[in-house]
Design a protein around this ligand. Structure first.
Ligand code: SF4
Ligand code: SF4
Length: 210
């Protein structure tokens, strides 16, 4: 268990709702849900989620911390905004789903090898270290994320797509040896560090949603 997760369990022992309100983007909206189910019925992927949005909000209020934060459900949100457009209470459901996913990752509770989580981490690593996305390396990292053998199988299955991207100059094999970077990589690192400090301070002062 990560130190941060342990600290949060101790701090919010009596109320997971309070923890969400303080630490999850737009989490202070959860208490406004009236459990009508419109969001779950409108979500194109809802039937495939372990817990659709309305159920997640109910579980937060029922103190089901582990079940919510370890769930893969919110990682499936595609930001289609159907739920937000239809919620009679105007909850920013999409943002809460992404907020919950991001918070579970911060605590080390996100499901391992969940594809969206893996893609997000690989994308972030690329852009945070270079200031630019290296598309070839991102593609390779995704194909090989489950080991070398599986990576070779994945690459063979998608070789036609890869060749077509190279022919149309959508992917450059030379990116493997470095690729595009921004001019001031250390400046990017300083900017991201400062942004994290500002965000941490804001959460400490006002909570995540204000
Ligand atoms: S549509 Fe809005 S009020 Fe209804 S269950 Fe979903 S979040 Fe709650
Ligand atoms: S924004 Fe996310 S939660 Fe809302 S309907 Fe679309 S996929 Fe479902």
């Amino acid at each position: 268990m990560t130190q941060m997760n342990q600290a949060m369990i101790e701090k919010y022992r009596s109320s997971f709702l309070k923890e969400v309100e303080t630490n999850v983007e737009e989490g202070h909206w959860v208490k406004m849900c009236m459990q009508c189910g419109v969001c779950s019925g409108s979500c194109p992927l809802g039937p495939h989620w372990e817990h659709p949005p309305q159920e997640i909000f109910m579980m937060i209020r029922a103190n089901k911390r582990d079940e919510v934060l370890k769930s893969s459900s919110m990682w499936f949100c595609t930001s289609c905004y159907n739920c937000i457009a239809r919620c009679p209470r105007g909850l920013p459901i999409t943002h809460i789903m992404h907020g919950l996913a991001s918070y579970s990752k911060k605590l080390g509770l996100a499901p391992k090898s969940q594809p969206t989580e893996s893609f997000g981490q690989i994308f972030w690593n690329s852009i945070a270290s270079n200031g630019r996305v290296n598309e070839l390396k991102i593609g390779l990292a995704l194909q090989f994320k489950d080991g070398f053998g599986q990576g070779v199988k994945n690459a063979m299955a998608q070789k036609d797509l890869g060749m077509a991207m190279m022919k149309t100059k959508r992917m450059n094999p030379m990116e493997f040896f470095g690729g595009h970077t921004c001019k001031d990589k250390s400046g990017i690192a300083r900017m991201l560090k400062k942004a994290q400090e500002v965000e941490d301070q804001h959460i400490a002062n006002y909570g995540a949603g204000k």
